[in-house]
Design a protein around this ligand. Structure first.
Ligand code: PRP
Ligand code: ADE
Length: 178
């Protein structure tokens, strides 16, 4: 399936979760079997080319794609979670979102020292989530150089924010001025 056909499967909902936000909803994409499979293939190729020894995904939508990519590659999946969900001792960081703020936590023992970890998420907006995940993964000892996304919203500056953290970004599609 061509990238434009995959993009057509993403639904846009205006004014969710707050006025002025154009919400790019992947529910309709993952509900389409060939579209979901093609998306996972695309992400998997980028993660493999980046030398992924493990995949990290951010709760919740990052779990949908990240776990599928990790299973395709036969590498481990590291869940980077919203606060209070992990039963073990965690490391955590607070971060800002396009529509609010939140906190991410992970098990510092989920990574081995020097392990090459690729971040997978559904969407890049300000980059706050992916930068927070990068901070945690590096604190735990991972080498993080690449993040792959289904959707980039270039007007929100996420690519530049990740670049400043020495992360290379790949995205299957972008929404800008539409
Ligand atoms: O680049 P940013 O500005 O950080 O925004 C992108 C993040 O926002 C969304 O997650 P959200 O926190 O809404 O949580 P969800 O996956 O639980 O819906 C999305 O899945 C990304 O993780
Ligand atoms: N505009 C948007 N659509 C969907 N998810 C988002 N996460 C942050 N901004 C978003």
């Amino acid at each position: 399936m061509a990238p434009d056909e995959i993009k057509a499967l993403v639904r846009t909902i205006p004014d969710f979760p707050a006025p002025g936000i154009q919400f790019r909803d992947i529910t309709t994409l993952i509900g389409n079997g060939p579209g979901f499979a093609a998306t996972v293939e695309w992400l998997t190729t980028r993660a493999q080319d980046a030398g992924a020894q493990a995949i990290a995904g951010m709760e919740a939508r990052g779990f949908i794609f990240g776990a599928a990519v990790a299973a395709r590659l036969g590498v481990g999946f590291i869940p980077v979670r919203k606060p209070g969900k992990l039963p073990c001792k965690t490391i955590g960081v607070d971060y800002a979102l396009e529509y609010g703020s939140d906190r991410l936590e992970m098990d510092p023992g989920a990574v081995t020292q020097g392990q090459s970890v690729v971040i997978v998420d559904d969407l890049l907006a300000t980059g706050g989530t992916a930068c927070a995940a990068t901070t945690l993964l590096r604190q735990a000892g991972a080498v993080v150089e690449t993040a792959v996304f289904v959707i980039d919203l270039p007007e929100l500056g996420g690519n530049a924010a990740l670049c400043a953290d020495s992360i290379t970004v790949a995205a299957l599609m972008a929404f800008a001025g539409e």
